[in-house]
Design a protein around this ligand. Sequence first.
Ligand SMILES: [Zn+2]
Length: 222
Amino acid sequence: VPEPNIGSSFSWISWFCSIPEKEYFIQVPEAWIEDDFNIQGISLPDYEQALDVILGYDSAEDYDGSPETLYSIIHARYLCTKQGLEIMANRVMEEYYGVCPRWHCGNCAVAPCGVSDDVGVATVKLYCPRCNDIYDPPKASLLIQECNIDGAAFGTTFATFLFETYKSQLVPPLKISNDDTEHRVTRDYGVYTLKVYGFKVNSRSPFGPRTTWLRYKDTNES
Ligand SMILES: [Zn+2]
């Protein structure tokens, strides 16, 4: 993807978000970034230059990493706004980020999240609201071999806000199968039970379901 020329109507933000491996990002409106209130307290080397690049006042050529780093931080903030949540809710509803790989989650749509709010700690993960667990994005979904999106671009707060705000739309109740052996759902949540010729494996066995308790959610929680 060629970089935009200064002065063209092609903005850095739309260019950046159109790069195939950056398609997890949404476009933050330039007007929102230009409001000092929204970007206060960000300390980065080359902050002013990076901001100029993002807003199209400067060329991206001299500042390799920092416009993306700054945009990631701004992006995480914007996602927690009403507009940001709305855009992301629509994306998640369309399964833009895919579905949980756990079979018991019944193809529940996942949303990107960070394990840290600090840049450079970990790459982006996908959060499933049904099993409350996170997963590495499937490589094919990013059209690259290794994920190079910083988790801080989504942060630790956004997914919580998203699923609190849009819980009924994004986490519909699981359909409970009548066939008990096929898809047993416990507390809105299925846990696979290992069996050998129809008998449950003893929980003390090295292959036993020892982590089942980890999977249970407190029913009083929600
Ligand atoms: Zn899941």
